[in-house]
Write a protein that binds this ligand. Sequence first.
Ligand SMILES: NC(=O)c1ccc[n+]([C@@H]2O[C@H](COP(=O)([O-])OP(=O)(O)OC[C@H]3O[C@@H](n4cnc5c(N)ncnc54)[C@H](O)[C@@H]3O)[C@@H](O)[C@H]2O)c1
Ligand SMILES: O=P(O)(O)OC[C@@H](O)[C@@H](O)[C@H](O)[C@H](O)CO
Length: 390
Amino acid sequence: MGKKAVHFGAGNIGRGFVAEFLHNSGYEVVFCDVMDSLIADLQNSKSYKVIQVGAEGNSESVITNYRAINSKTHEADVIKEITTADVVTCSVGPNILKFIAPVIAKGVDARPNDATPIAVIACENAIGATDTLAEHIKDPKHTPDHRLEDHHERARYANSAIDRIVPAQEADAGLDVKLEKFYEWVVDATPFKDHDVPSIEGIKWVDDLIPYIERKLFTVNTGHAAAAYHGYYHKKTTVYDALQDPAILDEVRKALAETSTLIVGKHGIEEGEQKSYVEKIITRIGNPHLEDAVERVGRAPLRKLSRKERFIGPAAELAEEGKEFGALLDAAEMAFRFQNVDGDEESTELAKILKENKADAVVEKVCGLEPSHPLFSHVVKIVEKVQAEA
Ligand SMILES: NC(=O)c1ccc[n+]([C@@H]2O[C@H](COP(=O)([O-])OP(=O)(O)OC[C@H]3O[C@@H](n4cnc5c(N)ncnc54)[C@H](O)[C@@H]3O)[C@@H](O)[C@H]2O)c1
Ligand SMILES: O=P(O)(O)OC[C@@H](O)[C@@H](O)[C@H](O)[C@H](O)CO
């Protein structure tokens, strides 16, 4: 029998990156999503295109050998697919992991113990996203306690860091996905010590993922989000437009200089190597061929302002070490100003929180910082400023 992957979230990164790599590695991909029209389009098509764009011109690949299931309305079918799959991947967004966990738990539980354990890899922008998914799956509400002892014989969970810029697609693009040429997909190899790692071409397997995910999140995503929030405030349309403004580019560079200090010091990455990485990222996020809207990159400001995320995460560590974090807070201030943006529920919720709470309560609630933390009073000041100007 051929190899099979069940992938939750048939959106931009799901169709454009994860499924492409699975397809190229010989897997049949079963997409699971909750959007009726998307599922119907996938069910009614035999192929779609992935178009890589860049300064050197475009290239295309064609994805075939997939099926699609609405996981909200056809849970039993999804469970059945998981019982015979080799891999479960997802790219649904970190806040959605808890909603896909119950069906994965049932699928895993129904697998025979003598089969190779299914590999579960969450492909989200978050530190330890697969661990979070695994915690939900192993919650007694979804997997009974007495089934946990040999659960590892049925599933192995590996964290990952996934990097490829996939902007929102044009309205008439159908299933086709336009994205950048660059990619990096790094996965923790340690859960597979007594088994072979799944054969997925293009994955870099490592024994210590933390330096990779922190470097990615605190460089690519910190820089991207800083450009988007400053850009949104200054009425720019895309990240490219934002970076054409020398003052915004300077803010992005300063924020990345701060996170670079942290990354170099913490992970022993060579300073010169981190410098070239930063330059590469600035070129990537400023790709004029991608048309990456500031609203997409700034989406979900509550998530992006949270404790372990791209601004507060590194700024908190820098504050603990007595190091500079001012540009990260400038970017966080712009994130606090990303309110009531069309189609972004978190931006509406953020506006409500800012209206109904005092600044110190906002910082505890949104950023998860304790009043005793050295960063706390600095974030309170920027929140007060945003509230005063509302
Ligand atoms: N787009 C990028 O550049 C990029 C790059 C790297 C990582 N990521 C990460 O990948 C994840 C997805 O991002 P995206 O840009 O593809 O977003 P997207 O909105 O294009 O795709 C998300 C998909 O998940 C589906 N979904 C929502 N709830 C679901 C549920 N309960 N069950 C199954 N499917 C569900 C949505 O219908 C949508 O099709 C995020 O964590 C993001 O940070 C994105
Ligand atoms: O996906 P988010 O909302 O966490 O962040 C928005 C973008 O920064 C992100 O999707 C990047 O395009 C991606 O992380 C590049 O690898």
